[in-house]
Design a binder for this molecule. Structure first.
Ligand code: NAD
Length: 494
């Protein structure tokens, strides 16, 4: 399957500041390599602190103008943006896939999910986003949602379009000026989204893109005019952004890493279960924060495990499965597999060294599906996020033992149960620690308007990144109490 089309020439990424694309002065340039081939497909500037200050400066008048633009008017820009996304869906799906190592189908799925968030934001114009009540005779109380001003989103490599679109369609529609700091590993899709925001006609400075890494992030966190920060990435950085942002009185929601558990019990559907488990741990080459990472095998589930192994072994490594983001990820995962082996795990299926046929993919970052059996809860492969197509199997005698392991994880993004018994499913729905639970679903991403967000070290802060609680995150409530005198001196009243 060689349907992916990499960009034909090296894309020079620029910051989008005040509606202009510009190369920040003093920025070093980093090569962006496609995980599929290792070829350079773009160059990204690593913005210094001054470039962040410049973007905030340019966003200031835009934020002032935008907050006074009525919600219905603001929504019209998002309608146009959404139409442009639809027009360019194939091109964007290819771009996201080219730089993140996703399959084109997964690139497309990420965009469709982003469009679903746009739909949610588009619906806000028909919701009563405020509230009003007569609290005593002649006195009313009211609350109004007001934008915060300049806000920022910092995003990871694995969903170049979807994760930014968890944030900016809602933030901007609610009247904020938004600065996107995408992952320096996937800046091309962010530029393409910025171009479409310009084409949709958003006033300059309402949507900005600042490329870079730690320095740009720290500058956004420290800047006194950035009122709120949404972050998605690894827990170590999420914790840092959350702590530093909160210290400065900012509103912060920081989503972090994951270690997702899939529980299978002997009565699990033999047709549905194996493929769902395989799709979950191998999809996007395992680089999904919702990917299955630990399989808790309850009781005798040998036939299911055999079928999972058979189906995973059949998968072709290559563009049909996706590539790892860089060489470092391949090395990290191969080391983790070797360590699990040394700790006593049995490698049921070994993805190390597997590569797709054909010279074209020789420079890519490959790892085949890997199944580790006999993993114990205290082993590294059971506890740490590996972020690759590796599934650790832990054998447990009972459902309670499975839930105990799931509950002990510091992370809490997703957990799934595969069963044909409603009571078993309900026990997991109620007993799992994870914020998103699946029943016979391997990747339990809620559809909008059901919001997205985990618990524990998978989320620092309050509320979810999408759905109803995002309204609270991106706005402040102003409370108004009104009392009008019933008396008037005018004779025209009656
Ligand atoms: P990452 O933490 O390395 O990078 C995320 C962002 O932080 C990037 O924009 C990056 O430039 C910036 N950054 C990196 N190091 C930094 C530092 N030291 N200080 C300040 N900023 C820094 O994450 P990643 O490797 O790009 O993405 C993969 C991770 O994201 C995985 O852990 C995955 O589970 C997680 N993720 C979580 C969710 C979720 O919803 N919980 C969704 C997608 C990805």
């Amino acid at each position: 399957m060689s349907f992916i089309q990499l960009p034909e020439s090296v894309v020079p990424c620029r910051n989008l500041v005040g509606g202009e694309w510009q190369l920040p002065s003093g920025a070093t340039l980093l090569d962006v390599r496609s995980p599929y081939t290792g070829t350079v497909i773009g160059r990204v500037p690593m913005s210094p602190t001054a470039a962040v200050a410049q973007a905030v400066e340019a966003a200031r008048p835009a934020a002032a103008l935008w907050r006074t633009t009525p919600l219905r008017e603001r929504t019209q820009f998002l309608f146009r943006f959404r139409q442009l996304l639809e027009r360019d869906l194939d091109r964007l799906a290819n771009l996201a896939a080219s730089e993140a190592g996703k399959t084109v189908a997964e690139g497309r799925a990420g965009l469709l999910k982003g469009m679903e968030v746009c739909d949610f934001a588009l619906s806000l114009q028909n919701l009563d986003t405020g509230g009003h009540m007569e609290v005593s005779r002649g006195v009313t109380c009211e609350f109004r949602r007001e934008p915060l001003g300049i806000v920022a989103g910092i995003t990871p490599f694995n969903f170049p379009a979807m994760v930014p679109m968890w944030m900016f369609p809602i933030a901007v529609t609610l009247g904020n000026a938004f600065i996107l700091k995408p992952s320096e590993k996937v800046p091309l899709t962010a530029c393409a989204l910025g171009e479409l925001m310009c084409e949709a006609g958003y006033p300059p400075g309402v949507f900005s893109v600042v490329h870079g890494g730690k320095e740009a992030v720290d500058a956004l966190v420290a800047h006194q005019d950035v009122q709120a920060l949404a972050f998605v990435g690894s827990s170590a950085v999420a914790r840092h952004v959350y702590a530093e942002g909160c210290k400065r009185g900012k509103r912060v929601l920081a989503l972090g890493s994951a270690k997702n558990h899939v529980i299978i019990v002997p009565d699990a559907d033999p047709e549905l279960t194996p493929q769902a488990v395989v799709d979950s741990f191998t999809g996007c080459a395992g680089q999904r924060c919702m990917a299955a990472s630990v399989l808790l095998a309850v009781g005798d589930v040998e036939p299911l495990l055999r079928e999972i192994t058979r189906r995973a072994a059949r998968l072709e490594v290559g563009p049909g499965m996706g590539a790892l983001i860089d060489r470092g990820a391949v090395d990290r995962l191969e080391t983790a597999i070797a360590r699990a082996e040394a700790e006593g795990a049995r490698v049921l299926l070994d993805g190390r060294g597997r590569k797709p046929a054909g010279e074209r993919w020789a420079g890519g970052n490959w790892l085949g599906p890997t199944l580790l059996d006999g993993v114990r809860p205290e082993m590294e492969s059971a506890r740490r996020e590996l972020f690759g197509p590796v599934l650790s199997i832990i054998r447990v005698p009972t459902l309670s033992a499975a839930l105990e392991i799931e509950n002990a994880s510091p992370y809490g993004n997703a957990a799934s149960i595969f069963t044909t018994n409603g009571a078993v499913a309900q026990a997991v729905v109620e007993g799992a620690r994870a914020g998103m639970v699946g029943v016979n679903v391997g990747v339990p991403v809620p559809r909008e308007p059901f919001s997205f967000g985990g618990t524990g070290d998978s989320r620092f802060g309050h509320g979810d990144i999408t759905g109803p609680s995002s309204l609270d995150f991106w706005t402040a409530l102003k409370k108004v109490t009104r009392k009008w005198s019933a008396r008037t001196d005018g004779s025209w009243m009656s």
